[in-house]
Design a protein around this ligand. Structure first.
Ligand code: SAH
Ligand code: SF4
Ligand code: F3S
Length: 435
């Protein structure tokens, strides 16, 4: 029995593509394992959004060299770092057999075949950046939660970000294809469908055939069955009124809305090429909170963008205090070669970035605590996901707003919606009982 492992870094798009690679490997007769030493094949699915990624990947490739020497395992690399580096990676690391761009993962079986049967040194497929990849089936970690890409690539060119360069121009998947894929998963018993893309609410724009994100949400909401729809990530600039309205009227659309702010200062937002000011952003948040009662908002924030002054940073803290995010993904700015911000002269020292990050985390943790307390004694519907990792006697699930709830229940409840009354609120977790 041949054994394989996929090591995944990066965002939901990479996790989704790993699920597709897993399916292909299983179809080829591989069994998946968690033990690296027994692998006959390892695929690294890489990310390149921050500088640290390279160090991590090189470290892993070092470990894999050993595995190759010991048992002749096949080593493949895919994801954004592989797409970015291309053939050069093979020259640097002769351990690697297969270099596969994001677009080409469908060719993995063919590439493995070529390595197994021929004397190919490396098989490299990194072309076709701007085409729509073919729809592939996936083997997800959960039997209840599926992610579905609705668009690939990004046209935004935020000045700090490498994604448009490695993932190509924005290409939306035709609406009928998405609807039919969602239907397939719902029929198989999936309860949560997460629509993914770099900028989901600009979905359909480039097609100029009338398809749009709001129409897609409304169409999916109309499908039969009990399920939730989530989406990541929308862009504040593309939160048009029709999108807000569609979320508000679609009872199947879960009410955690991720609204990446990136920075609070209008001056920095301009340098980032984000297309909105601090005031525009706060206006949008007010509108979302008014139109969508019981909304939970989360965000992404970068500290220490080139030229960020103490005053600019205070604007970020101000936004965090005003919005009261339930959760934030907070990053220190990281230089990505090839982006505009990498050329900016006023780079901020690691020390200042780190100090700002720590201050931001403190303010955000308070906001998470405050928003968590709002759930006290509320009765909510949650999707039960499985046993709690910390305490196998308990089950874990998430609210529509994406808050984790721990409670006592029975195993038949896993993969169903139940009603819970919250009786304790910790910063990141709620505790409750079935009602
Ligand atoms: N398309 C999504 C996700 C992009 S990458 C979006 O626009 O929201 C995920 C997050 O990584 C970004 O939201 C941003 O906060 C962060 N990020 C991207 N490039 C970065 C960089 N050079 N340094 C630090 N953080 C970065
Ligand atoms: Fe990067 Fe901006 Fe596109 Fe997100 S929207 S992927 S941050 S360029
Ligand atoms: Fe990373 Fe690529 Fe996603 S760079 S964040 S894996 S799109």
């Amino acid at each position: 029995m041949k054994k394989a492992m996929i090591i995944t870094y990066g965002c939901a798009m990479n996790v989704n593509e790993s699920a597709k690679i897993k399916k292909m490997l299983m179809n080829m007769g591989y069994t998946m394992t968690e033990t690296l030493e027994e692998c006959d094949l390892v695929f690294l699915n890489t990310c390149t959004v921050r500088e640290g990624a390279a160090v991590q990947i090189y470290g892993k490739l070092g470990e894999l060299k050993q595995l190759k020497e010991n048992r002749g395992a096949i080593i493949g690399i895919t994801g954004c770092f592989a797409q970015e580096q291309g053939e050069a990676l093979g020259k640097k690391f002769p351990t690697i057999d297969i270099i596969m761009g994001n677009q080409n993962i469908g060719k993995i079986p063919e590439a493995i075949d070529r390595i197994e049967t021929g004397n190919f040194k490396n098989v490299v497929y990194v072309e076709n950046k701007d085409e729509l990849p073919s729809t592939l089936s996936a083997e997800f970690e959960s039997k209840y939660i599926a992610t579905i890409p609705i668009a690939y690539g990004c046209n935004n060119y935020c000045t700090y970000c490498i994604v448009p360069y490695v993932r190509g121009r924005e290409r939306s998947v035709p609406m009928e294809e998405i609807i039919s894929e969602v239907k397939t998963y719902i029929d198989r018993g999936y309860k949560e469908i997460i629509l993914i893309g770099q900028n989901v609410n600009s979905y359909g724009k480039e097609k100029k055939d009338g398809s749009s994100f709001s129409k897609l949400l409304i169409a999916l909401n109309a499908l039969e069955g009990e399920f939730w729809i989530r989406f990541i990530s929308p862009h504040p600039r593309d939160f048009t009124d029709d999108v807000i309205e569609a979320i508000a009227v679609s009872e199947k659309v879960a009410k955690n809305i991720h609204v990446p702010v990136q920075a609070g200062s209008s001056r920095i937002l301009k340098l980032m090429n984000r297309g909105y000011s601090k005031e525009d952003y706060l206006f949008l948040i007010d509108k979302l909170k008014t139109k969508i009662p019981d909304i939970g908002i989360s965000t992404d924030i970068i500290v220490g963008f080139p030229g960020e002054t103490e005053e600019d940073f205070l604007d970020t803290l101000d936004v965090v205090e005003k919005v009261q995010y339930e959760n934030s993904y907070m990053f220190m700015y990281s230089i990505r070669k090839g982006t505009k911000a990498a050329e900016m002269t006023e780079q901020i020292s690691e020390e200042v970035k780190n100090e700002r990050l720590q201050r931001l985390i403190k303010i955000q943790t308070l906001a998470s605590k405050n928003t968590s307390n709002n759930y006290f004694e509320k009765t909510l519907t949650i999707l039960v996901e499985g046993e709690s990792k910390k305490n196998k006697e308990m089950l874990t699930g998430r609210t529509s707003t994406n808050k984790v709830v721990i409670f006592k229940g029975t195993s038949e409840m896993i993969g169903t919606f139940v009603k819970i009354k919250v009786n304790e609120c910790k910063t990141w977790t709620l505790y409750g009982e079935i009602v």
